[in-house]
Design a protein around this ligand. Structure first.
Ligand SMILES: [Zn+2]
Ligand SMILES: [Zn+2]
Length: 217
């Protein structure tokens, strides 16, 4: 570690012990839950499997795809140091506790998914514990990787416009006038539109009258 160089963030992402990551994940996520333990262990296994022992040193060459927007994802981010705002964390809405870790330098990548039967196995390990979430949490700390996860060697095709670094392009939508980075625009004939104006809008505009009545409901 470089002395004096942004020590606080470097500390956060170094490959640590499970217990050290549990502390950090608890601070970042707001509570410790089975998902945190699963996410930490999933990320530790994934990184080691592609030969990365120190995610801090490797942060410029590491990219992580997460497949769910639930607890485990926060823990994956803590261990890898990959973040949405740095473009090193990619979110795919597949609803699965799984993540893929890519070493951009070597091209090595693995996908790690939580086993569907891990939850039942975990609960069976501490049958006397009445709090099933607590039982699950404790079990996830000690279960074998093979009992928790499925590991697959994979290849991920990455486009230059998906990589971290400065935006590769920026255009202005001909309809709404908003800027669009990194080739996310839609070309319709000779018009350049943002995805919303091209018909993929996920929201509807409402008038202030409508807004009031929505709130009243
Ligand atoms: Zn949680
Ligand atoms: Zn637009």
């Amino acid at each position: 570690m470089k002395v004096g160089a942004n020590v606080s963030t470097e500390k956060i992402a170094e490959m640590k012990t499970l217990n050290e990551y549990i502390d950090l994940a608890g601070q970042s996520h707001g509570h410790i839950c089975p998902g945190q333990i699963l996410g930490i262990r999933l990320a530790m296994l994934g990184l080691r499997s592609i030969g990365i022992d120190d995610p801090v040193k490797a942060r410029k060459r590491l990219l992580t795809f997460v497949e769910i927007d639930r607890c485990a994802t926060d823990a994956v981010s803590v261990v890898t140091g990959c973040r949405l705002g740095k473009r090193s964390l990619k979110y795919l809405d597949y609803g699965k506790v799984a993540a893929t870790f890519v070493d951009l330098e070597t091209g090595r990548a693995v996908r790690v998914a939580a086993r569907e039967d891990a939850r039942a196995k975990a609960k069976a390990m501490f049958p006397a514990t009445t709090d099933s979430s607590q039982a699950q949490l404790e079990a996830y700390k000690v279960m074998e990787n093979d009992d928790l996860f499925i590991l697959q060697a994979v290849r991920v095709k990455l486009k230059p416009e998906d990589l971290p670094g400065r935006p590769r392009s920026r255009v202005t939508c001909a309809q709404c006038g908003e800027g669009v980075n990194d080739g996310r625009e839609s070309r319709q004939g000779d018009r350049v539109l943002c995805r919303s104006c091209a018909g993929e809008r996920y929201y509807e505009l409402v008038t202030s009258d409508q807004q009031e009545s929505e709130v009243m409901r």
